[in-house]
Design a protein around this ligand. Sequence first.
Ligand SMILES: *Cc1c(COP(=O)(O)O)cnc(C)c1O
Length: 363
Amino acid sequence: MKYDRIWNFNPGPAGVPLEVLEHINEGWFNYQNTGMNLMEWSHRSKEYDVIHNNTVSLVKKLLGLGDEYHVLFLQGGASLQFAMAPMNFLGEGKTADYINTGSWSTKAIKEAKLFGNINVAFDGKEVGFTRLPRQEELKLTDGAAYVHITSNNTIKGTQFLEFPDTGDVPIICDMSSDFFSHRFNTKPFALMFGGAQKNLGPSGVTLVILRDDLLKTAREGITTMLTYQIHVDKNSLYNTPNTFGIWFMNRVLTWIDEMGGLEAMENRNRKKADLLYGFMDDNLDFYRGTVDKDSRSWMNVCMRLPNEELEAKFIAEGKAAGFNGLKGHRSVGGIRVSMYNAIPPEAIEDLVGFMKGFIVENK
Ligand SMILES: *Cc1c(COP(=O)(O)O)cnc(C)c1O
């Protein structure tokens, strides 16, 4: 492969499009004849400003968002959003609904409990997080401040490709591991966030998209750096943002745009998922998926082999054959194939080829 690269199935930080690395590399010593790398410029310079505002525009264009949405580049990852959202939007006497579909929602619930009243509208723990809730199972609160959802469960490998109906209650969504991977109706979403390190670039920058009507319900008296309104008023420039990360994200979003936007990503991701899950379903005795079919993630495919020795052998031989990052999360074990936007269908074709050979050798 070009530059002796390998197929990278890491769950995050994760593979990025090669074209983006090449573009960043081109401007490394002298960005657009400015004589400096872009990250050496001030975050208040004209040179940087163009990239900053263009990144906001790209986010809005790709998701089809109107002026009622604010696009922010913050720090602290999705993990800080777990606290910042309830801190701002779960005032005294209010209740927020949480749909618990795995480790990340569990962490979000833990944070929210520090700030207000929580209702767990579905507790996936009772089914080992192997499936998502059906609409009729949700115990939603009338007049809740918001409903918190994790769109893709990176560790267990489940994903909402269709979202639950929450009526008039706005959705706050952790989109860390499937941001920009398929089309969806953004209308119910008042807050979407995620660290860049899965679908959007390097770690250290968090994309936050916030709708004005939710913003208006925010509490006052919160410390400056954790007040959404401050970051909205200052266009994410209250303090020094991760300028390199935002530049990188800009290039990833440009790449998505040039590929054909969310529709193209959706087709690409569906193709990969059909290929890998299709092969697994034909070889159930060897590669057993760990979640219900209708809850399967297009981003993180989790499976078990007949025994743990074979799993260890699969990971080791896979690595030697140029497939990195196949080990399941330590809390789950088994195999996990993380295949975010940047992973091309050819990577999955190659992997399936390897998986076929592995059956023949080990049956
Ligand atoms: C990776 C991940 C997180 C954690 O993100 P940080 O940026 O490390 O805080 C949260 N939620 C989901 C769904 C994730 O995949």
